[in-house]
Design a protein. Structure first.
Length: 494
């Protein structure tokens, strides 16, 4: 009787397993697809910068003194040659008066020496004085003339210093900074102290933006720019690239170049010092074929090797080990109606951290660039360190981490890249829709969609992800009986 009960229980378990595995597959594949459509694409290079006036004039003082009067304040509009400040002129007026007295004394001395020289000349003609006395009288006359010139120069210098007590605006503009107050003493011993900063014309401004070395190759003068500022987050301003400066700016091994963007500011809403988030438009397409970038990232998952009934049964009860698709190609997505199932998409990779092996890091970065994705600055810096240390060799002896461009992929706009994607074919031998590899040529990318220049037509169906239904059955502890209590075979789900 005992053995009969055991045999009945074993048959029941085997029958239940057959029914469970025959009823449905726990790895049924479903494909997410997208249509090839036509639309507009705009490829941009992003950068941040600071708004500045086109011309900033610093107004200082060449002489020291006490500020007696201020005729301009913050935001004051000024005209060229308008008085903006006055230093106390008392000291310099006294210096002028002293210089005038010295000059008058020198002129009187000159008159005396001229008379003596004329008298000496008459006496020397009549042989009444020696030649040496005559030469002395002529030399004294010349010295008196030179002294008059010296005193005249001193007077001119004193008058110039007196005139510098009055500070004038050199240009038309607006005062954006005032650094002194009435009664303050300014000292101009080694350098001219700054009194005011005047912006020449706030209606015309510029953005000094920093563009990374990976993106600078696709930026050219004259390209249109759109940008926003935090003060007006819902408003888009426009500008144009005016200059790309050749001087590099290196901060923590990240190289950028100052790109000057000209901006019109007729309503004076933009103010100096605002941070601008600029998008430099490097390429545009109107009505071109495009596909989601997810289609370029899609890769077929590796099939499971547990194909036998016994292996699958042991896996279900926690005694086997199933080979699943690569973890870097699967991420959980929204749950389906069955609370014991979850959909897993097999088309995404774990984000780069910079700690990957050098070759793997380089490969992942190259794939990101081929997909038109922006490579983080810290990852580019890590690659640069690997190249400099010799851990990585530049392919073909050049190029390196910056040769192919960064997130903008503008350098590939005129040279389409060849890529492999998967179309959902309905004429597979099994009769079920299956992905089919297709070689296409890509153009520009806006970060979400990529242009297709050859290999597809409008209305084609491309695969963007693959989902499989994976049972959320809790794995029992090692050594636990699969026939024990607690519902280990189908339980564990919540």
């Amino acid at each position: 009787m005992k053995w009969t009960i055991v045999m009945v229980a074993a048959v029941a378990v085997i029958a239940g397993g057959v029914w469970y595995f025959a009823g449905k597959d726990d790895a049924t594949l479903q494909y997410q697809t997208a249509l090839v459509t036509r639309g507009d694409l705009t490829q941009v290079v992003t950068a941040t910068g600071t708004l500045n006036p086109v011309t900033n004039v610093t107004v200082g003082s060449q002489i020291s003194g006490i500020i007696q009067t201020l005729y301009a304040d913050w935001n004051s509009p000024v005209k060229a040659n308008q008085v903006v400040a006055q230093l106390d002129p008392a000291t310099y007026k006294a210096a002028v008066a002293q210089a005038e007295g010295d000059l008058a004394n020198s002129k009187a001395n000159l008159e005396l020496n001229e008379i003596q020289a004329k008298r000496s000349s008459d006496l020397f003609t009549n042989n009444l004085i020696s030649g040496s006395d005559y030469d002395t009288a002529i030399a004294n006359q010349h010295q008196a003339q030179a002294m008059v010139q010296i005193k005249q120069a001193s007077l001119d210098n004193a008058r110039v210093n007196l005139s510098r007590c009055t500070i004038y605006s050199p240009v038309d503009g607006t005062v954006i900074s005032r650094n002194v107050d009435v009664g303050q003493t300014v000292a101009a011993s080694l350098s001219a102290p700054t009194l005011f900063i005047i912006a020449n014309d706030l209606a015309q401004m510029q953005i000094d933006s920093n563009v990374s070395e990976a993106d600078i190759g696709s930026v050219e003068e004259g390209q249109p720019v759109t940008f926003t500022v935090d003060a007006f987050p819902d408003r888009k301003f426009t500008g144009r690239v005016m200059q790309i400066r050749n001087s590099p700016i290196t901060v923590q091994n990240v190289v950028t170049y100052d790109t000057v963007i000209g901006v019109s500011n007729p309503d004076l809403k933009l103010r100096p010092g605002m941070t601008a988030n600029a998008s430099i438009i490097t390429a545009q397409r109107s009505g071109g074929l495009k596909i989601p970038n997810a289609a370029l990232r899609f890769r077929l998952p590796e099939p499971s090797t547990n194909e036998t009934f016994a292996a699958r049964l042991l896996t279900k009860v926690g005694l086997g080990r199933e080979t699943k698709p690569s973890a870097t190609n699967t991420v959980p997505v929204a749950k389906s109606g069955d609370t014991n199932k979850t959909e897993v998409a097999a088309n995404t990779e774990t984000p780069l951290t910079g700690n990957e092996p050098p070759q793997e890091l380089f490969r992942r970065v190259q794939e990101m660039r081929d997909r038109g994705e922006e490579v983080p600055a810290e990852i580019r810096a890590k690659l640069r360190e690997l190249f400099q240390s010799g851990a990585l060799q530049r392919p073909g002896g050049g190029g390196g981490s910056g040769a192919r461009g960064g997130g903008g992929s503008g350098s590939r706009g005129s040279q389409p890249a060849s890529r492999t994607i998967y179309m959902l074919a309905t004429n597979a031998p099994s009769g079920e829709p299956a992905p089919q590899a297709v070689r296409v040529k890509t153009g520009i990318s806006d970060g979400a969609y990529t242009e297709i220049t050859d290999g597809l037509k409008e209305g084609d169906v491309v695969v963007t992800a693959v989902k499989f239904m994976q049972s959320q059955v809790a794995t029992p502890p090692a050594g636990a009986s699969p026939f024990g209590g607690g519902g280990g075979f189908r339980g564990g789900g919540r």
